[in-house]
Design a protein around this ligand. Structure first.
Ligand SMILES: Nc1nc2c(ncn2[C@@H]2O[C@H](COP(=O)(O)OP(=O)(O)OP(=O)(O)O)[C@@H](O)[C@H]2O)c(=O)[nH]1
Ligand SMILES: [Mg+2]
Length: 449
């Protein structure tokens, strides 16, 4: 990480041709440097259409220029934004001119890093900026925005405030240790610790659930061999990705494809037909399907409509968790009526003719929309590994503190445990963050953010 005092510049819009290209300039010299290219510079807080020149006074383009004065800017420093026509040649000329005048190209995430250092955001919020930019669907974007708005940080701060209160009681108990007035204090302390541990557990649980928002929901097609899983997979994916033959036992590997259904980006999986076999390759294929069963968010059990529920089908279907399973009868073109499954109607489709697919997709989307893990309901946040580790650490110290409460004369150790828990929570918000941690966090940002 180079000097934090330098004035930095970067293109904030994607590289390539576009309607608008934005260049951002931040740091103590931002205004002076911008004034060398734009004369006069618009007053702070106002966007004005200006002629932007290079360092030799040659016109580059006419575009909107905005000046933000510290601390009222994204970075908390003086900041200037140039919105030019989105031509890479023009933007490169502007960047070159600014670098020639003395600023340096920004590193990935450096604008946000400065915002963090200047107290505009805490570290969890800074991470949420990257999460919001990278969010793959609406649920992930919603959860990231909530973190950016500070919902997660607020929970952490509330918990910290509660612990601070607890520490006051623990320390008071120390002061009165030999005066027998500590019964009330101990009761109060116990109440606080119980409450804090409950809050912490809630945060941990929602964080773990939020982790799954980082990846798209997985939908697995499974069933006996030859029922048409791969044909259905190909239909839903919209191309002939899986091999289809009349031979039972065609598919061996687990196949995956991404599809976008409205607001959901999902990962569709197809695998070997379920049966017991001595053939080693097929057996491994079947084992992989069962492993995927544990992982998938939705399990689409495919039946052969012309055969109906077989004994094997019933057995396998019952092994699937009720809340995740759904039965589909394929080959409806061959006729035959199929009984309702244990969960109500079975969806009839024909992968061959492409019939019944729209209804099936709607049903799957409805199921996804009902799943709080998929939609990122209130409270679920996009936890990172480092947040979960810190929360676990805090939980451990609070468990120690609760245990110490039951022993006499341990108030000093107890206060110390609470302090450690607070320290772990502080790390989430970036208190006392060292360069290494900040480098790790911001390295993954894009340049210009
Ligand atoms: N009539 C009819 N035939 C179908 C339909 N779907 C698939 N088939 C046929 O059924 C046979 C098996 O189809 P696959 O899609 O390979 O079945 P699978 O379940 O993937 O089979 P395995 O990979 O062996 O487990 C092929 O000959 C398909 O053409 C359908 O809707 N109607
Ligand atoms: Mg197959």
């Amino acid at each position: 990480m180079r000097s934090a005092r330098a004035t930095i510049v970067a293109q904030s819009t994607p590289v390539g041709v576009g309607a608008i290209g934005i260049v951002r300039l931040s740091g103590p010299e931002a205004q002076n440097l911008a004034a060398r290219l734009v004369s006069p510079l618009p007053p702070p807080g106002r966007a004005e259409l200006c002629l932007v020149r290079d360092e030799d006074g040659q016109p580059i383009d006419r575009g909107l220029v905005m000046v933000f004065r510290a601390p009222r800017s994204y970075t908390g420093e003086d900041l200037v934004e140039f919105h030019l026509h989105g031509n890479p040649v023009l933007l490169a000329r502007l960047l070159d001119a600014l670098v020639t005048l003395g600023c340096r190209p920004a590193e990935p995430g450096e604008f946000t890093r400065r915002a963090f250092i200047n107290g505009k955001l805490d570290l969890a919020q800074a991470e949420a900026v990257a999460d919001l930019i990278e969010a793959r669907d609406r649920a992930a974007a919603r959860a990231a925005l909530r973190s950016l708005e500070g919902d997660f940080s607020r929970c952490v701060r509330d918990l910290d405030a509660l612990l601070r209160e607890g520490r006051v009681y623990a320390e008071a108990e120390l002061d009165f240790a030999d005066q027998d007035v500590d019964d009330g204090l101990a009761i109060e302390l116990e109440r606080i610790l119980t409450e804090a541990r409950a809050q912490l557990e809630h945060l941990c649980r929602n964080g773990r659930r939020g982790e799954s928002l980082r990846t798209e929901p997985r939908i697995l097609l499974l069933g006996r061999p030859n029922v048409g899983k791969s044909s259905l997979f190909n239909r839903l994916v919209g191309r002939e990705q899986a091999i289809v033959t009349p031979v039972a036992g065609t598919t061996r590997d687990l196949l995956e494809a991404e599809v976008l259904w409205g607001e959901f980006r999902v990962c569709l999986c197809d695998g070997a037909g379920l049966r017991t076999t001595d053939e080693p390759i097929e057996r491994e294929g079947v084992a992989r399907v069962w492993r995927e069963v544990d992982r998938a968010d939705l399990l689409v059990y495919v039946l052969d409509a012309s055969v109906g529920w077989t004994e094997e089908d019933r057995e396998q279907y019952q092994r699937l968790e009720r809340t995740r399973r759904l039965a589909v009868a394929n080959k409806s073109d061959l006729g035959g009526t199929i009984d309702e499954g244990e969960d109500g109607p079975v969806f009839a489709v024909s992968a061959l003719r492409g019939e019944g697919l729209e209804t099936l997709v709607i049903a799957l989307r409805v199921r996804l929309a009902r799943d709080p893990l998929v939609t990122g309901e209130e409270g679920v946040y996009l936890a990172r590994r480092r947040h979960l580790t810190a929360l676990d650490e805090a939980a451990e110290h609070l468990a120690n503190a609760s245990a110490l409460l039951k022993k006499e004369g341990k108030a000093d150790l107890l206060a110390e445990e609470i302090r450690w828990a607070q320290k772990a929570l502080g790390a989430i918000l970036g208190e006392d963050a060292d360069h290494q941690l900040l480098d790790d966090v911001f390295r993954r940002f894009c340049i210009g953010k």
